[in-house]
Design a protein around this ligand. Structure first.
Ligand code: PLP
Length: 441
């Protein structure tokens, strides 16, 4: 009997033994190609010597010291690199232990900002349907995934949700991609006017939606319009780049594709590539200064924040991304993987859409390609695909469709940025074999 409380209580999982590059091996000697980076975490692949060495060095000097008493060389250096990578207006990093903590921090920071500037009546967030921002109660409150929210609904903050930018399902026959993007972005304005802009703290979105909708990439111009609306109505723009950030889309921040600057942005998964748990909430100067020059104290904190060993791992990860040119590699290999997926699946009657950016890609599955009718959400298709792929030596990240039929099942692919063409061929081949087994013939 396992004494670990696994999320799926009755699922027997293989036990991991080792990892090297893009492969993981279990204790039975079975090897898996990690085509999803776990959950878009492993951007450097497994057992990269530079990160291991940095962790060992930190452990030899000082593994942990509480931030109430000391700062550390690794956290100072990490925050400096992040400020250098970010646009000039963003100069502070609040360092935490993961994505949900980074988003909780973003929410509390945004609220405290308005309290500091004398607008405590701002108590409301606007976010999007088919989004995920974490599993803690605050982050879950602003997420638009009905299934994840359901059991906890009575405990959640009241949040207004607008549509995501989902051209495959929603773009009208008489509008081009740009017009569609503008139309859905304008839903923010409509919602703001309905709620009263003076009551709203900010708008929250993933620049590329990850787990809940499968690498859903906004149309060009969408986020520029969103930024304009936030400026016009004086609300904060909070971007969640926990999954799509740190180089995965071929830019260090996904928002760089649109040349916009958020007021607050959260990153986590790829930040230390999974070698240590860490997240960061990056803050633009006006937000930071309001607190620094106001009460001077951010009323929030965690015991393990700015953990020196996690910061050392993140520092080594960012240095390695830079030294090995891996953000550019994510863009290049992402194009190659997308081409391979098109080659393999364009003729499939069950693959409705192949989308995403860089090494953040997804297939949306449909029962009928012409009508885009999804498979029934009650089918355990995601579970079957995950299991069959594992048997075929492939890790991928499938998710179920929505009950309202507005979204099909999808498979997210987010491999390490070090993948090369033989791995790309292996991913496409193993995925085809997997789908041949799991989908109707
Ligand atoms: N935000 C996004 C976009 C995510 O994809 C996730 C996790 O999948 C989170 C937040 C929560 O991060 P964590 O699981 O590290 O708490």
């Amino acid at each position: 009997m396992s004494h670990v409380f696994h999320r799926h209580c009755h699922q027997a999982l293989p036990t991991i033994a080792s990892g090297q590059g893009v492969y993981l091996t279990d204790t039975q000697g079975k090897r898996y190609l990690d085509a999803c980076g776990g959950a878009a975490v492993s951007c450097l692949g497994h057992n990269h010597p530079a990160v291991l060495e940095a962790i060992h060095r930190q452990l030899d000097s000082i593994p942990y010291a509480h931030t109430g008493f000391f700062t550390s060389e690794s956290s100072e250096a990490l925050a400096k690199i992040l400020a250098d990578l970010a646009p000039p207006l963003i100069n502070r990093a609040y360092l935490v232990s993961g994505g949900s903590e980074a988003m909780e921090t973003a929410l509390k920071l945004a609220r405290q900002y308005w309290v500091e500037v004398g607008q405590p009546q701002r108590q409301h967030f606007i976010a999007r349907r088919q989004s995920y921002h974490g599993n803690t109660l605050g982050a879950l409150s602003v997420g638009g995934n009905a299934w994840r929210r359901a059991p906890f609904a009575p405990l959640l903050m009241d949040t207004s949700l607008i549509a995501p930018c989902y051209a495959y399902r929603d773009q009208g026959p008489d509008e081009c991609a740009y017009q569609y993007g503008q139309r859905v972005a304008n839903e923010l304005e409509t919602m703001l006017l309905e709620k009263g802009p003076e009551t709203v703290i900010g708008f929250i979105a993933e620049p590329v939606v990850g787990a809940t909708a499968g690498a859903l990439t906004a149309e060009t111009g969408y986020f520029t319009r969103i930024r304009e609306i936030c400026d016009q109505y004086n609300i904060l723009l909070i971007l969640d780049e926990v999954m799509c950030g740190t180089g995965r889309t071929g830019r260090f921040f996904a928002f760089e594709h649109e040349h916009i600057v958020p007021d607050i942005v959260a990153i986590a998964k790829g930040l230390a590539a999974g070698y240590q748990p860490i997240g960061a909430t990056l803050v633009a100067d006006p937000v930071y200064n309001a607190i620094a020059n106001g009460s001077g104290f951010f009323q929030h904190g965690h015991t393990f924040m700015a953990h020196p060993t996690a910061c050392a791992a993140a520092l080594a990860t960012l240095t390695t991304l830079e030294q090995e040119g891996l953000v550019d590699a994510a863009e290049k290999q992402g194009k190659a993987l997308k081409t391979a997926l098109h080659h393999q699946f364009d003729s499939s009657p069950f693959v409705g859409d192949i989308r995403g950016r860089g090494l953040f890609l997804a297939l949306e599955l449909v029962a009928d390609k012409a009508s885009k009718q999804p498979f029934s959400s009650t089918l355990p298709l995601a579970k079957q695909i995950k299991q069959t792929a594992l048997e075929n030596g492939l890790m991928c990240y499938p998710m179920g469709g929505t009950i309202d039929g507005k979204q099909g099942h999808h498979i997210l692919l987010a491999p390490p940025y070090i993948i090369k063409s033989p791995h790309i061929d292996e991913i496409a081949d193993k995925l085809r074999i997997t789908l041949d087994t799991c989908l109707p013939h």
